[in-house]
Ligand binder design. Structure first.
Ligand code: SF4
Length: 181
């Protein structure tokens, strides 16, 4: 069966859970948007393993990228994948697939939970708490997840992005901590 959207994928999920929900959401959103590859920088062989593991019976390829799109290394995708891989709860292949999927969605224009096709920000927070517990603990102030990840990348690179020493005094407070809906 060739899935066309999240609903089609849901009929093939082997085991419900946060990881399945995230992969369903990212792949299904990519299908609906016509995005290729569905998960950036995941080889076709790795993508097929993912499909067999999480969506047995589904016939789907990751696909080739559009040559007109931004080339590898021209955005923060690689750095974000590295950040997520470094903070996996365990060094498993399944959590590597999740890292690539999350970074793919994070390149979208909306809140991360929306571009991941999840039902709510709470579900995204639960997912991060389960599979990237160190990152979840670091975001104790409940910053917006995409902002939090970019702040982590800036800290790693030694590039200060913040306009004030404390968030409460910063003119960007609403942008970093406002509601995600
Ligand atoms: S509110 Fe200001 S200081 Fe806090 S993370 Fe955002 S930009 Fe940085």
């Amino acid at each position: 069966m060739k899935p066309r959207n999240i609903q089609d994928l849901l009929t093939h999920v082997r085991q419900p859970g946060t990881l399945s929900a995230a992969l369903t959401g990212v792949i299904g959103s990519g299908l609906a948007a016509g995005r290729r590859p569905l998960i950036r920088q995941l080889s076709e062989a790795r993508f097929q393993k993912l499909m067999n593991e999480f969506f047995p019976g589904c016939e789907l390829t990751n696909g080739e990228g559009n040559p007109g799109l931004r080339p590898t290394g021209s955005d923060e995708f690689d750095d974000l994948v590295t950040l997520l891989l470094d903070h996996r709860a365990e060094p498993s292949e399944a959590l590597a697939w999740l890292a690539f999927a999350m970074a793919t969605a994070a390149m979208g224009e909306n809140h991360l939970w929306q571009d991941m096709g999840l039902e709510s920000r709470n579900l995204l927070s639960a997912l991060i708490g389960e599979h990237f517990p160190q990152l979840h603990a670091l975001n104790s102030a409940n910053m917006k997840w995409k902002k939090f990840f970019y702040r982590q990348l800036c800290e790693r690179a030694g590039v200060p992005i913040c306009k004030a020493p404390h968030c409460r005094e910063c003119c960007d407070y609403a942008a970093c901590f406002g509601p995600e809906s």
